[in-house]
Design a protein around this ligand. Structure first.
Ligand code: V47
Ligand code: SF4
Length: 395
């Protein structure tokens, strides 16, 4: 790949792109206008070089991953987001699942002998999954396995359950923290622009509410992630506006750990008429996120959504985090048409994916503490993760 110095000496580069490259070199923030310009005028090679420079300044070759599993209590949801291939309320509730507290605990217990460090809980919104249900669930998980980090739900669920329980965001998040919630994943943000948000995700918590709940959580000294759903009806200006709102909140709280660009997948949803964006757009989007979000430590490529090959390529375009082993425990993306129909990687596979593109695999915990550096580690035998049969519900 070209180096940043080569770009800085390139006489054919326009002044506006040169100015951005100089800012990157000097570790200065780019403006929203410059962000849009990167999408409109920056070539893949140009934005990739800038993003890779920032990535290596922050992390060198280090590439973070964790050992985790997802738990999706239900795929039935009150809301009807147009991009969602997952919710069964409208489609066919009898095709869905609605796990009870005990069934969820049975799934958690199946991982008792596995070296996972994180449980990622996410799913649909339903009345029975209320504040009491989740508070009891978090308590039960932590009582059963104190070392398992509970990363759970998004402002979409919390807004709904706090409203029903008639508690403020401050009270509600405090209850969740005391019950055992340790961090919040980045979902539910979609696109902050109010008009587009209403059009594709109307009814669920607004952009302002999403940001406010993260702020309240950060004010309790806790960490969370942020995402964007891109590649549908939004414009480049909407993507930058979304990142700008995150950058401003991050300036205030410093509570975000990682930014996860989520590519819209078009199978089995109400927006299937839209074509998916290309892998070149995906790489450019990772790179521009890396350049724009100067106050975010990490940019994550979520491989179950983007596919392993693009995830590997993204490591040269600003990405430094590959999420986790997943163990085939999420259905959100396979239902939406991802090439990863049964997302699960053994630690060895994930480590090799990272090594094969010349980076250093570092296992982390959810809060990015190093668990193990795999750079010089040689596997003696394949530590292949088992996939478990989940209980069949509603049958
Ligand atoms: O908010 C739903 C997205 C998100 C589709 O924090 C879709 O570590 C593309 O946020 N095409 C939930 N995307 C998942 C999420 C996440 C995933 C991995 C790691 C973390 C983290 C967070 O999934 C939703 C929505 O934006 N989504 N349907 C679709 N058809
Ligand atoms: Fe429900 Fe989430 Fe799907 Fe929207 S994206 S319908 S909130 S499960």
């Amino acid at each position: 790949m070209t180096s940043l110095d080569t770009i800085l000496k390139d006489k054919s580069l326009s002044q506006d792109l040169l100015d951005i490259a100089i800012k990157v070199k000097n570790n200065e923030r780019i403006t929203s206008e410059e962000g849009v310009l990167l999408y409109e005028k920056g070539s893949l090679g140009y934005v990739g070089t800038l993003a890779n420079f920032i990535r290596e300044r922050k992390h060198g070759d280090k590439t973070w991953f964790n050992r985790n599993f997802h738990l999706e209590p239900t795929n039935v949801c009150l809301y009807t987001c147009k991009f969602c291939s997952y919710s069964r309320l409208i489609k066919k509730r009898s095709d869905g699942w609605e796990y009870t507290h005990d069934q969820i605990m049975d799934i958690v217990k199946k991982y008792d002998d596995e070296p996972v460090t994180e449980i990622h809980i996410v799913g649909g919104v339903l009345p029975q999954y209320n504040l009491e249900f989740y508070a009891n669930l978090y308590k039960a998980i932590k009582a059963h396995r104190p070392d398992l980090h509970v990363k759970a739900l998004t402002p979409v669920e919390y807004h709904y359950m706090f409203k029903k329980a008639n508690v403020s965001y401050e009270e509600g998040m405090k209850i969740m923290k005391e019950a055992g919630l340790e961090s919040m994943p980045g979902g539910g943000a979609e696109i902050f622009d109010e008009k587009i948000h209403k059009e594709i995700a109307g009814g669920k918590c607004t952009s302002e509410e999403w940001l406010r709940i993260h702020e309240v959580w950060h004010n309790l000294g806790m960490r969370s992630n942020a995402s964007i759903l891109y590649g549908h009806v939004e414009t480049f200006a909407h993507r930058i506006d979304h990142m700008d709102r995150l950058r401003k909140l991050q300036d205030k709280t410093g509570g975000f750990q990682t930014f996860i660009p989520l590519k819209f997948r078009n199978q089995n949803n109400e927006m299937s008429y839209l074509e998916e964006v290309s892998a070149i757009d995906d790489l450019k989007n990772y790179a521009i996120s890396r350049i724009f979000l100067d106050n975010f430590d990490h940019i994550k490529a979520y491989w179950p959504m983007i596919g392993r090959t693009t995830a590997q390529l993204s490591l040269a375009y600003g990405v430094d985090d590959m999420d986790g082993t997943i163990d085939d425990t999420t259905k959100i993306y396979s239902m939406a048409g991802s090439e990863e129909q049964n997302p699960a990687l053994s630690t060895q596979e994930l480590v090799n994916m990272i090594k094969n593109v010349g980076r250093k695999p570092i296992e982390r915990d959810t809060l990015y503490n190093t668990v193990k550096d795999y750079t010089d580690f040689v596997f003696e035998d394949a530590t292949v993760y088992k996939s478990y049969e989940l209980p069949v519900i509603n049958k």
